[in-house]
Design a protein around this ligand. Sequence first.
Ligand code: GLU
Length: 329
Amino acid sequence: MKPSVTIIATGGTIAGTAPSSTQAGYTSGKLDINNLIQTVPNLERLARIDGEQFSNVGSQDMSFEIMINLARRINKLLIEEKIDGVVVTHGTDTMEETAFFLNLTIKSPKPVVMTGAMRPFTALSADGPLNLYNAVAVAADPRSCGQGVMVVMNDRIHDAHSLSKTNTTSVETFLSPVNGLLGTVIYGALQYYRGPFQNHTTSSEFSLKGVDSLPRVDIIYACADMPPDLIDCSVASGAKGIVIAGYGNGNMNETTLKKAAQMAQQGIFIIRSSRVPTGRVVRNVEVDDDINQFIASDELNPAKARILLILALLKKRSFQQVQDLFYSY
Ligand code: GLU
């Protein structure tokens, strides 16, 4: 019997339309999932497909409310024996954040595959239909069990921890620059090169049970001569943690460092991440993290470091415990 895959649509460029096939301007999240499914040839050869329209937003409008409900919906679907995998269509702008959030909050080994498009549905050489075809092929394949939440775009299979969006308009926008690809999928034929290295889904300790709101964590982008009072502003607005998208190996200027250390003393979690697109942020290199009680983000970029800290703060934890989470997720 063919596997059963449910496609949950949240919007994005994959469902975007424009009045002409050669114009750059378009509106995200216009097309219904059932229209989308009907236009992808031979999808039914891969799996029995169900479509669910969950939201229809450009992913710049993805909210934690939608993410929490999406995680709950997927968890509920995957408990059903008859469902073998889920595909989530999503805008690419914040796809890495939703993918990472789901990777930490889905409690099933069954495949969850996110996909989207860089070109709207109506564009010349639209990439969405083939991305959707490949995503369904990955979700329907038993080898995809236990791989955590994946993103399939442009023939590549990425794990949620490793990928980031790197180009504003190119179809080759997602890269996994430090860990490399999980695999490739060419017209539905897939090959895995490795498994995920970090904890995810069934090995994740995070749970959304009883959670209806999430603690505020802000990101502050470092720039030359940055003003330290952005940190005051953040804390005064209720942030329980701050991710510094630092220079290079997670650095900040002296005045910001002093302010951040002061806040860490008061129990605000300060994560040193980097504005540099690739590489790890390492403890105690130019900044004394032990004395200042800072946390190094390791490989997580600022957006994903924020997601991990938000989930970590659902429970009381020490600085050391939070640092350990950054090494294992
Ligand atoms: N702003 C759009 C979104 O994230 C564009 C990106 C896309 O889907 O490719 O929904």
